[in-house]
Design a protein around this ligand. Structure first.
Ligand code: F6R
Length: 545
């Protein structure tokens, strides 16, 4: 191709099917404007309807295409310069985006803008670059300018100007030498480690699937050979353990009580014929190490699922399994917890095999299903985060959040609530939906928002019970935000508002709720200007009693 300016996209369109029409870049009616975009325009339906009424002809099913038509519309309405139309159009967009636009009306220029999704300008000798990641241009230059949320840039071969989207005033930017700013490079252009680590999850799930099955079977054998087997963790890892209870019950045919490790020595009657499977990201948590030492002192066997190599827990137990999630820097656990939950699910399948409940073919089928979780998480991140972002911004004044779920969605609700409270400092409580009417329902009023984690629609009984809980809250005038799955027609119209997650099987459904809970907590924390990666009073490893 000839030319001095170009834009391209290496990821598939997030809206619509896999067709040429849905692939970026997207253009206006006359093909004079082209756009590539990461993220999601959450108000694209409204914009599309409005633009169609004004004569725009849409060729794709994507959200991105509205951007091209919107700019064209602004130009037609008499915006003088292309930049003016670009700015006016962008101000109308809701959701998350990193985007780049070129036009025959502004030759040789790339207009780009960022909100939530990363965007970086690379400064070369005879060319400038725009990418979502340093890696896009690192072989041409290490000089970079990192855009912040709400900034846009006008980039030409010779130079660039960064401006504030709201005020249009120039923003002086420092040029970052990529080698020097290791921190930012590690964050991969994301504004916070928390967001980066949420986005790491498709890869960390794959890492869990690469753990040799013989290692998982080792833990399963330890459990099978024990009189009592316990799952132990604290904080998030306790909730992960509680999810594990459901997996071991369903697939492994064994009830493994989850015990919060801070209470383990006071609660678990553990002896030489028993075992404890401890879960810890850091491997240094005092409560979990103490539980393991207590179990060992009573002669019990111990195993651990740990992220940090060489940590105290790895050294303390008989059977350590490294989850391989890579460093988790944000104090709040996201990707590590997700991986641990997946790992427990896979281990429960091995137990099912050992005790004759599951055939090998069935295990392979279920592992294949887990393999597809990475794609479903990516879909959730790419297509649904805009809606969660909008919901977080709209409801940021709300100080009390109640998360409800039943079955395995109950510990998922507990975990979502913990994410919310630790990063936003708001009051959030997770609860089993059935427990609600036994007391807590008296709290329901306009000052309490309830999030209901709907099961996959295939889980008929759980689904109907959870629906009743949502109805109970609404009947008392409570606001209910439903996290439901695509294809779940039975819960349409049930909620005050809803976040629709990609269609998945019941096996994968609770994991997508975790992602939605993480994103909602993250966006709310950003809206409230919290110290996302280092929330007050929290430490990455709690090494004290
Ligand atoms: C929550 C969180 C904590 C930890 C808990 C256990 O996001 O990070 O609740 O999960 O302190 O820590 P680890 O997993 O290091 O044992």
């Amino acid at each position: 191709m000839k030319g001095l300016v170009g834009i391209a996209h290496t990821r598939w369109a997030t809206h619509g099917g896999v067709t040429r029409e849905n692939a970026h870049p997207h253009s206006d009616n006359n093909g004079r404007i082209a756009v590539v975009h990461n993220g999601i325009i959450s108000n694209y339906r409204d914009l599309r309807e409005r633009l169609e009424r004004a004569g725009a002809i849409f060729r794709s099913e994507t959200d991105t295409e509205v951007i091209a038509h919107l700019i064209a519309h602004r130009l037609a309405q008499g915006a003088g310069e292309f930049e003016e139309a670009f700015v006016a159009a962008l101000r109308e967009l809701e959701g998350t985006f990193a985007l780049a636009v070129i036009s025959v009306d502004a030759p040789g220029v790339i207009f780009c803008c960022k909100r939530e999704s990363p965007l970086i300008i690379g400064l070369g000798d005879d060319a400038n670059y725009v990418g979502s990641d340093f890696n896009a241009f690192i072989e041409y230059t290490r000089q970079a300018v990192i855009l912040e949320d709400g900034e846009y840039a006008v980039v030409t071969r010779q130079g660039y100007a960064v401006k504030n989207l709201r005020t249009e005033e120039s923003v002086p930017k420092e040029v970052t030498e990529i080698e020097w700013d290791v921190e930012m490079a590690r964050r991969g252009g994301y504004p916070h480690y928390m967001l980066k680590e949420i986005y790491d999850q498709p890869a960390t799930v794959q890492a869990v699937l690469r753990i040799p099955r013989s290692d998982l079977a080792g833990v399963a054998r330890m459990i099978l050979g024990s009189r009592h087997a316990f799952l132990g963790g604290v904080g998030t890892t306790y909730y992960v353990a509680a999810m594990g209870q459901y997996f071991f019950g369903q697939f492994g045919g064994r009830y493994l009580p989850a015990v919060s490790t801070d209470e383990f020595p006071h609660l678990a009657d553990v002896g030489p014929e028993d075992c404890l499977v401890a879960i810890s990201q850091s491997g240094e948590t005092y409560d979990t190490l103490t539980a393991v030492r207590h179990a060992k002192s009573r002669g019990a066997k111990t195993a651990a699922i740990v992220n940090v190599m060489g940590s105290s827990l790895v050294r303390a137990v008989d059977l350590p399994i490294l989850q391989g999630s890579g460093p988790e820097i944000c104090v709040i656990s996201t990707k590590a917890a997700m991986s641990q939950a997946v790992l427990l699910l896979l281990a429960s399948l091995e137990l099912g095999k050992l005790n004759g409940r599951l055939e090998e073919a069935e295990i392979l089928r279920l592992r294949d299903e887990v393999d597809s979780l990475s794609d479903r998480i990516s879909e959730t991140l790419n297509e649904r985060s805009g809606f969660l972002h909008t919901a977080a911004r709209q409801h940021q004044q709300m100080k009390n959040w109640l998360y409800l779920g039943r079955g395995v969605y109950y510990p998922a609700a507990l975990e979502c609530a913990l994410k919310m409270k630790e990063v936003t400092y708001l009051h959030a409580e997770g609860m089993s939906a059935g427990f609600l009417k036994h007391g807590t329902i008296s709290l329901i009023d306009e000052n309490m928002y309830t999030i209901v984690l709907m099961p996959s629609p295939g889980e008929k009984e759980l689904h109907s019970l959870t629906r009743s809980s949502a109805e109970e809250v609404r009947a008392r005038g409570g606001f209910v935000l439903g996290f439901r799955f695509e294809g779940d027609d039975a819960s349409k119209g049930l909620f005050s508002e809803e976040i629709v997650l990609p269609r998945v099987s019941s096996l994968l459904a609770p994991f997508l709720h975790l992602v939605a809970g993480q994103l909602l907590a993250y966006f709310l924390a950003v809206a409230l200007k919290r110290d996302v990666d280092r929330p007050r009073a929290l430490a990455k490893s709690v090494t004290v009693a």
